[in-house]
Design a binder for this molecule. Sequence first.
Ligand code: BEZ
Length: 209
Amino acid sequence: MPLRLGDIAPDFTAESTAGKIEFHAYLGDSWGVLFSHPKDFTPVCTTELGAAAALKEAFDARDVKVLGLSVDSLDDHLAWSGDIGEVTGHPLNFPLIADPDRTVATAYDMIHPNADNTLTVRSVFVIAPDKKVKLTLTYPASTGRNFDEVLRVIDSLQRTSAHKVATPANWRPGQDVIIVPSMSDEEAGEHFESFKRVKPYLRTTKDPS
Ligand code: BEZ
């Protein structure tokens, strides 16, 4: 059964490059990004882990803890991790979970047998402080992910969890947001300093953050 938005992210205990991780306890009250890559010592994965490491300050600023995972062994993770800094200029700065018995990969449905029978696909799960899954992404082994997009979605999720707003297509922080349709014009007038009524169902207001 695949994980769906709103489901509780399965808890687990696993070895990682940063020691033993008890997932829920490790996340605490922070947001989480758990992402799988297919295999250590492979080119696209090396670039991806460096790209995620490069965004550490941005993730920290949003109180997000990042964790990577593959079905490789801890020894392989430790041996490969030096290459990430060497190749990309951004040393690994988040835990890489070793899942050789596929416990976590199975719980998160990260192995898609019709794509590859043994390796994890490029899954991303964004998890809110209440441990609910807020975003799932699945990319094929051949396509490296855009971690700026992961950050952009987190910016949207953090706005929408704090305010009664949604964000439009291609939204970036600082741009106007959309007032949720369930809020009446009267409530919107009380809640927001001002808003624009483009259509009765499309009302925009300034980015509240
Ligand atoms: C890669 O990271 O380059 C890769 C890994 C597994 C399959 C294909 C590509």
